[in-house]
Ligand binder design. Structure first.
Ligand code: SF4
Length: 179
């Protein structure tokens, strides 16, 4: 696996914090799906459960890859709290999708992105896959694929902030599966 080739693409897209890992080590858990189903306001969006595979199928899917990247994105929240999260989030999504496309075009045909957030691109979501208004852009988040992000990131040796009432920055994680 020519890591340096892909790392050049990461740099081109402005991603400087990342680590390589084995997708077999992605922690998948039923409780993550339960959290999506009961309590998450995004449940039912087009790229979220119940429009994503079963937890067992998510596990099987990850096992089909031997290389994965965890990509960390951070944004400071200013003291005046005028940070426009939706705009930043859409920008990160655009860059991640471009990265996935570039990795694919290097010959890694199985490249697949788990986006850093739920797809919220449209004012009115189709709430199913078939009628999705932007099928190329609507990628599932790691959580939508039953990934225990906190544990997976920690196991990979990356820094992850503890949850706190006083958030001074937003931290997000995307995964890129490569083969
Ligand atoms: S692209 Fe639009 S319709 Fe498709 S999942 Fe995202 S928000 Fe829903």
């Amino acid at each position: 696996m020519p890591h340096t080739q892909i790392e050049t693409l990461l740099t081109q897209q402005g991603f400087t914090e990342y680590c390589w890992m084995n997708p077999n080590e992605i922690v998948v858990a039923q409780w993550v799906r339960m959290k999506c189903t009961f309590g998450c306001p995004d449940y039912g969006l087009g790229a979220c459960p119940p429009n994503t595979p079963s937890v067992e199928d998510c596990r099987a899917f990850f096992n089909e890859y031997s290389h994965g990247l965890i990509i960390k994105m951070r944004k400071e929240i200013g003291p005046d709290n005028d940070f426009k999260q939706a705009e930043w989030s859409e920008l990160m999504t655009t860059r991640l999708l471009e990265l996935e496309r570039m990795v694919f075009r290097k010959g890694f045909v199985k490249a697949f992105l788990l986006n850093h957030t739920c797809c919220n691109s449209c004012k009115k979501c189709s709430r199913n896959r078939i009628d999705c208004h932007d099928k190329r852009r609507a990628k599932p988040s790691p959580e939508a694929m039953a990934v225990d992000v906190f544990q997976t990131v920690k196991n990979a040796g990356m820094q992850i902030n503890e949850i706190s009432d006083k958030m001074t920055e937003i931290t997000r994680f995307a995964f890129l599966l490569v083969e």
